[in-house]
Ligand binder design. Structure first.
Ligand SMILES: Cc1cc2nc3c(=O)[nH]c(=O)nc-3n(C[C@H](O)[C@H](O)[C@H](O)COP(=O)(O)O)c2cc1C
Length: 201
């Protein structure tokens, strides 16, 4: 079983990085193999080029797919579970992760229609997808103002969408008062290892 972590945070001093370290330990303990796409460390290009737009926007599937995008697509193909780990910035993921979806979910790979209107996508369904994000506001507040639901709709219903068999949105909220939430967050991260084992084996 293989897990792919798409990790997006610029700083190793961050709380989100602490969560990454905990997650790695949990997966190791459960003997689950994993690899990480650390988007900042890789200097992953998040902006779509004009040439890429000509392919995506004008549905010209004969144009080539960039090497870095192909590498990410290969990683998806080798994964039973993908965990997207990121901080909530302005009620969404950081721009770099949004750019990963813009570019890696290329037409004909993650979505698309042929000239007869039939759905075409090469990407096989991944068993399990987890969106795991840290947020400054507490979960109760994000629920109250409807932002938790809008983030869930965009990440789970659209970006993970029909490409994953089982999907989970986990918000580790309240990080502005870290000491109050750290223990609960650690427990949640511990459970992720068990859920992956239960669902993917
Ligand atoms: C640019 C920026 C925008 C942010 N926007 C939000 C937001 O919309 N909602 C929220 O709950 N927290 C927001 N936060 C707080 C982060 O979610 C929080 O700092 C992070 O989850 C945990 O801290 P870390 O950066 O140390 O990992 C924002 C933080 C930054 C830097």
């Amino acid at each position: 079983m293989n897990v792919l972590i798409i990790y997006c945070h610029p700083s190793r001093e961050s709380y989100t990085y602490q969560i990454l370290c905990q997650l790695k330990n949990v997966l190791k303990k459960e003997n689950i193999e994993f690899q990480i796409s650390d988007l900042y460390e890789m200097d992953f290009q998040s902006e779509m080029t004009e040439q890429e737009y000509m392919r995506e926007g004008l549905l010209n599937l004969d144009l080539p797919i960039s090497q870095d995008v192909q590498k990410e697509q290969k990683k998806i193909e080798n994964s039973d579970c993908i965990i997207f780990l990121y901080p909530v910035w302005w009620s969404d993921c950081p721009a770099k992760l949004k750019g990963w979806f813009d570019r890696v979910y290329s037409v004909g790979y993650a979505y698309g229609y042929d000239s007869e209107g039939n759905k075409i996508k090469k990407m096989e369904n991944v068993k399990y997808g987890i969106s795991l994000c840290t947020a400054g506001h507490p979960n109760t507040f994000l629920d109250e103002i409807g932002i938790a639901e809008s983030m869930r709709k965009v990440m789970i219903d659209d970006r993970l969408g029909m490409r994953f068999n089982k999907k989970e949105m986990i918000i580790l909220g309240g990080t502005l008062e870290r000491e109050k939430v750290e223990e609960e967050h650690s427990e949640t991260v511990k459970n992720i290892g068990k859920w992956i084992k239960e669902y993917c084996t």
